[in-house]
Design a protein around this ligand. Structure first.
Ligand SMILES: CC(C)(COP(=O)(O)OP(=O)(O)OC[C@H]1O[C@@H](n2cnc3c(N)ncnc32)[C@H](O)[C@@H]1OP(=O)(O)O)[C@@H](O)C(=O)NCCC(=O)NCCS
Length: 163
């Protein structure tokens, strides 16, 4: 994990229904080349993702405004990290990494699945730089230019599961 730094006052928690407009607003401030998944414009889908037991959207808030989001999915044997996005004006302050850590920690308490995967397109330089740099994840397979960054959580000492 990269060195801890002075962070702005950011709150990390599970996404709630009331966060939907803020998450959609974040998506609208992010270019389509960065986040291709546009289904999050669909209110009903976002409500289902919040309510379903096998998915966990997680948000970062600064002064009550959504500045980051990640969607975790639990397949029973793997945790999938999808659609990680940080507000363009709040990047490179550790928010993306902390959002992933907080979401993994909470999801692990509900479902102690050790194998974690993030899928990133090779033509997404921000996503590639991020997953290549954060500790613990390895770029294991490439298929059709989609990279699988994988990590096995160690419940006895993973920095991803501790404060
Ligand atoms: C990828 C993304 C979520 C990273 O969020 P972030 O809050 O800026 O990331 P962090 O500040 O936690 O970065 C952690 C480390 O990743 C690396 N990193 C992140 N962005 C980087 C960049 N643009 N260039 C080089 N390294 C980068 C750095 O090593 C960084 O640590 P450092 O700043 O101490 O050097 C953000 O750039 C984003 O929303 N991009 C658009 C959506 C996207 O590409 N999502 C990924 C799809 S899975």
């Amino acid at each position: 994990m990269t060195q801890a730094r002075e962070l702005p006052k950011i709150m990390y928690r599970r996404m709630q229904h009331a966060d939907i407009p803020g998450v959609q607003d974040l998506a609208s401030r992010t270019s389509k080349s960065e986040v291709a998944w546009r289904d999050w414009e669909d209110d009903a889908l976002l409500r289902r993702l919040i309510d379903a037991p096998w998915t966990m959207p997680f948000v970062a808030l600064a002064d009550g405004h959504i500045v980051g989001v990640v969607f975790l999915g639990d397949t029973g044997t793997r945790l999938l990290l999808n659609h990680l996005c940080v507000d363009p004006s709040a990047r490179r302050r550790g928010i993306g990494q902390e959002l992933v850590r907080c979401a993994l920690k909470e999801m692990y308490q509900i479902s102690p699945v050790r194998h974690v995967i993030a899928l990133v397109r090779g033509n997404n330089p921000l996503g590639m730089e991020f997953w290549q740099k954060v500790d613990g994840f390895k770029d294991e397979t490439v298929c059709d230019d989609i990279h699988s960054f994988c990590m096995d959580l160690d419940p006895s000492g993973s920095p991803w599961l501790t404060d």
